[in-house]
Design a protein around this ligand. Sequence first.
Ligand SMILES: Cc1ncc(C[n+]2csc(CCOP(=O)(O)OP(=O)(O)O)c2C)c(N)n1
Ligand SMILES: [Mg+2]
Length: 566
Amino acid sequence: MDQKKISGAEALLFALNAEGVDTVFGYPGGTIIPLYDALYVHSDKMRHILTRHEQGAVHAAQGYARASGRMGVCIATSGPGATNLLTGIADAMIDSTPIVCVTAQVPVNALGTDFFQEADIISMTSPVTKWNYQVTRAAEIVPAIAHAFFIAGTGRPGPVVIDVTKNALTEMLDGFSYEKCTELRCYNEHPVIDTAELERAVQLLNAAERPFIIFGQGVKLSGGEKQLRELSERGNIPMASTVLGLSAIPSDHPNFVGMVGMHGNLAPNRLTQAADVILAVGMRFSDRVTGDLKKYAKQAKIIHIDIDASELGRILTPEIAILGDAAEALAAMKRIVEPRDRSEWFAEAAAHRAFEEEEVISKDLHPTKERITMGEVIDGVAQATHGDAIIVTDVGQHQMEAARYSQFRRTRSLITSGGLGTMGYGLPAAIGAKIALPNREVVLFVGDGGLQMTIQELGTVLEWRVGVKIVLLNNSFLGMVRQWQQLFFERRYSSTPMTNPDFQKIADAYDIPHRRVERREELAGAIAEMLEAPGAYFLEAKVDEEDCVFPMIPGGASLSDIMFNG
Ligand SMILES: Cc1ncc(C[n+]2csc(CCOP(=O)(O)OP(=O)(O)O)c2C)c(N)n1
Ligand SMILES: [Mg+2]
């Protein structure tokens, strides 16, 4: 133990250091000043990235975590600072993103008095955190941080909130020592896999004529990408991804047939409805994936692997449920899976692919009309980056198009708000990703609506010279809502057209090189210019205002009812 007297705030900082944290995102305020003072005094130990809004800080922490696999950390003051984190915390919960959020709280003896900037953040975040805890004494800070990192980062990852009263930050401690938390009663972060069930699962796969693998983000979170690939290759089994699973397998892998779900590819949705055995791994059967559950994969026996016991049997009852780490389960399965000739089954997938190519993809990527499509821009970036960039998106049409048309060669290369669908996520998440991995190209696709929800984070780009490439797909509409109005509300465009500012002037004000393209001939050159720029770049593409994302399975419809046009 280091015997020098230190404050609770210093202990908090040293504890973060002891967990390997060197960067935190945040925003100061009255209650949290002692922690900011410690950050000032110990600026050699911790880099603090000042965002322009606490929502920016939490999404940046999420982007940081998603890109790197390390813990994302953000800090905020009490009251409005803490409540501004709420959206990002809920987002991290539903998308299993490991973040630790430290909020300051009013002094312990003022709790419950409606003190200035008091908000009961523990109650507010209880349903959207994996764990939360209020610290009221300096001595509790270090063990609370140790617990926070263990809980947020293990098992199914998620957000943790540590709320620290101001007196705990200023109280003095006799010294500092740190012990990592490695186990907790009542929390089984690493369930032992039932090998008999696993063998039964492989027998089902081996006997299957038309087996199909659907994987989610759990494969990335467990580091099981290689195991998944080898299982699919050895067993000769086609595989598809959820939105959050994308990039775990290279897009051009011959066994990879695309993305499932509402705006997914045709082949995986059709294969879901034709498979005799489905292996679902590290995914949670979201409604965006299943459509009408009563008609979902009725013919198939389903094997579900997940590390979160509460996911098994929650949405549907699988034939075989396996609780455990995806990488471990896949590693064991691949050893006993038997190769079988499934060329007919793969041929079915190829036929669906060809149909989609003809009906949708060719129109998106090689349009004959005048206006640029979102697909063209996304495809242009994929070609120019050779699928090597980290793609970050906001939420809306551009998000689904980015998921459909980006090419991925490396894992953890798509960062997007899947479960909560949080507009405003993109820009700050891209900032966090670029700060975590400065040597990777990070390209953000964002809509004109979502950009304006966290546009102030251009200030963070400016201050830290964050080299993110921002691609604004500007359709002057809240496009995805407009699409639903067009298709299901007889084109009554209620509050979806938008009068936008001159985004070029905004980029200019933030000293970010910028360009607007409206004509197809300019697009490739503009993308090249963006990628050659040494730092940040703002590329605005004016795209067709009334394009829709297809294919589409309307909300609540069966996976068999796919729309190809409006
Ligand atoms: C915070 C938040 N508010 C509202 C929505 C509902 N919503 C989903 S997509 C969308 C439109 C997004 O418009 P834009 O950012 O321009 O992207 P586009 O769909 O045009 O590509 C809206 C309003 C949301 N997802 N998140
Ligand atoms: Mg838009």
